[in-house]
Write a protein that binds this ligand. Structure first.
Ligand SMILES: NC(=O)c1ccc[n+]([C@@H]2O[C@H](COP(=O)([O-])OP(=O)(O)OC[C@H]3O[C@@H](n4cnc5c(N)ncnc54)[C@H](OP(=O)(O)O)[C@@H]3O)[C@@H](O)[C@H]2O)c1
Length: 264
């Protein structure tokens, strides 16, 4: 019998895909959310067969807040209680803010900030009433200092870190914990989607596998930790960001993230 039900957003690829596998291995039933339904269905078939769990696929565009109401109402109607919520879906973009008038930044705010907040609101209210639950939010190292050329992405992740820490303190004693995992560079489709695959920097620093990041994040969630940073390089960055003057970090990140390829 499954232990509990976990909802994972952004389960169609990368870290979310691997988090779904880890939770399935632990015996949790799953609710998988992302836009690419075919990928979710394939993952669901594989997990149900290999781990003898029940998987519900709910394809949704989390940039639309009404889709979150639909997810919540569907689960309520089907009497599927969510005990673990993983807000992992996210996107970013690398490049000068004023380079074009495409609107990807607004979508980043919709998915990274609004969807994370609204999903948490819907499910945390319900978890607190039941007196149990675990929430895992996926932020990023970019949330610890401003990142020029990824200004909106970094700001959305700073929001997730502060929101998670504050909510964690607020919910202490309710049986509901909030953990925020802050990955450094991790292999996934994120880099093609955001354009960071053009960054020469990524050739010189260690990139963590999605599976490894998923395991570390889930481990931290089960231990009900607060803010977690994984690996020596990321921890080094975290401490630099905390100890060095903000102006210095800004100049450093501007140099490191400046796009040097054609197209801008
Ligand atoms: N990879 C890294 O280096 C890195 C570093 C730090 C933090 N992170 C964070 O880790 C999280 C997972 O990213 P990843 O690295 O695994 O990248 P990824 O492979 O690109 O996965 C992103 C996931 O988010 C989903 N998603 C994006 N927009 C969505 C929308 N509008 N509605 C629903 N789902 C949406 C995608 O699914 P669909 O396209 O099917 O909708 C996909 O499943 C993100 O929050 C990212 O910011 C990644």
């Amino acid at each position: 019998m499954a232990l509990t039900t976990a909802l994972v957003t952004g389960a169609s690829s990368g870290i979310g895909y691997e988090i779904s596998k880890v939770l399935a291995q632990e015996g949790h039933d799953l609710v998988l959310v992302a836009r690419r339904e075919e990928r979710l269905q394939q993952l669901a078939q594989y997990l149900e067969k290999d781990f003898n769990i029940e998987v519900t696929v709910l394809a949704a565009d989390l940039a639309q807040i009404s889709e979150i109401d639909r997810i919540f109402d569907t689960l309520m109607e089907r009497n599927i209680p969510v005990d673990i919520l993983v807000n992992n879906a996210g996107l970013g973009s690398l490049g000068p803010f004023t380079a074009d008038d495409r609107n990807t930044e607004v979508e980043q705010i919709q998915v990274n900030v609004i969807a994370t907040t609204y999903m948490t609101k819907k499910f945390a209210v319900y978890m607190v009433k039941r007196g149990l639950g675990k929430i895992l939010n996926i932020a990023s190292l970019s949330g610890f200092t401003p990142w020029p050329y990824m200004a909106v992405y970094g700001a959305t992740k700073a929001y997730i870190i502060e929101f998670s820490e504050a909510l964690r303190a607020e919910l202490k004693g309710t049986g509901v914990s909030v953990t925020v995992s802050c990955p450094g560079p991790t292999s996934s489709e994120f880099h093609q989607v955001s354009g960071t695959d053009h960054l020469g920097l990524l050739r010189y620093i260690p990139v963590t596998g999605s599976a490894q990041m998923a395991k570390a994040s889930i481990r931290a969630m089960h231990k009900r930790k607060g803010v977690v940073v994984h690996g020596a390089m990321s921890l080094g960055y975290y401490w630099l960001a905390r100890l060095l003057p903000r102006g210095f970090m800004l100049r450093l990140m501007k140099i490191l993230l400046k796009p040097r390829w054609s197209g801008f």
